[in-house]
Ligand binder design. Sequence first.
Ligand SMILES: NC(=O)c1ccc[n+]([C@@H]2O[C@H](COP(=O)([O-])OP(=O)(O)OC[C@H]3O[C@@H](n4cnc5c(N)ncnc54)[C@H](OP(=O)(O)O)[C@@H]3O)[C@@H](O)[C@H]2O)c1
Length: 305
Amino acid sequence: MPTLTEKLGWIGAGRMGYAMAERLAKGGCDISVWNRTRDKALPLEKSGAKVVNRLEELSTKDILFVMVSTLDDVKEVIGKALASGSKPKMIVECSSISLEGSAELRKMLSEKNVQYLAAPVSGNAKVIKAGKLTFVVSGPKPAYEKAKPYLDMMGVGSSYVGEGELARIAKICHNVMLGVVIQNLCEVTVLAQKAGMPRHAFLDFLNKSVMGSMFTRYKTPALVNLDFHVTFTPKLLRKDLDLGLDAGREFEVPMPLTSLTRDLLQQMIGRGMTEQDFSTLLLMQAKASGIELEPENVPVGDGLS
Ligand SMILES: NC(=O)c1ccc[n+]([C@@H]2O[C@H](COP(=O)([O-])OP(=O)(O)OC[C@H]3O[C@@H](n4cnc5c(N)ncnc54)[C@H](OP(=O)(O)O)[C@@H]3O)[C@@H](O)[C@H]2O)c1
């Protein structure tokens, strides 16, 4: 077990950032957290984190983690953190952002002599709590070795995929699959129900089969009991499908299923369905099939707890 002596800074205590920083704090790390809406971060103090008032207070940390929303937000917070002229030794950027955006950050940080790892993640807040978060990482190998113990502490570990921005492409591919799979899962679930079987019975079969996965299992409570408490918003998923389509154009790879899924998601967003979980695609599918769904109110496991 390596000694975890680095001083950590953490920017962003949203759904993901909060749960990730909480694992580091509970693991005994020296961690200081800043969130734009400070109140959201304050409960982290109970786990041993220090919540700071000003972003600049994180600029001299050994490793500064960033988990906000979009590239513009990432640039804004890093810009403010470095504005005073002092700088962290390393920045580990975990938000889902584009390849080009990540390369732009790497260039800017290398000019300031700050090491930079692209380290996007797979999993939602509940997955993090269950200790099953995964990272895909790219950047200089020595920097990765230094950050690795902290990444390990936040979940089941990390996959190092090479130099530069390769991790961004891996993450984009992952989330494109997430979008296409949830749309298809909604289609077949509505088909099974319209043909006459309860959703929980169909999903029980699917989850036990070779097609079942950690993802189909943890989405089952939403699809059965219509609990659309947000884990990931439709707009964030649209951002990732757009990143996938951009990458497809850049590398000249046709992505027909991604295009179609993006349009279906856009229809949902256009109808104002933006504040609940992305799995509300189920409701769109039901409407398009001429049925109204009711919660089945059946206790179903999510495979995580
Ligand atoms: N949710 C998931 O299942 C999931 C899974 C994998 C990856 N991701 C990716 O992880 C990132 C975070 O997702 P999330 O679900 O945690 O989002 P979220 O709950 O909406 O949290 C966003 C965080 O970013 C902060 N933020 C946004 N814009 C900012 C700005 N301009 N300046 C300062 N802070 C700003 C927010 O601060 P406030 O609290 O003040 O709003 C909040 O802390 C996204 O890139 C997402 O695509 C999400």
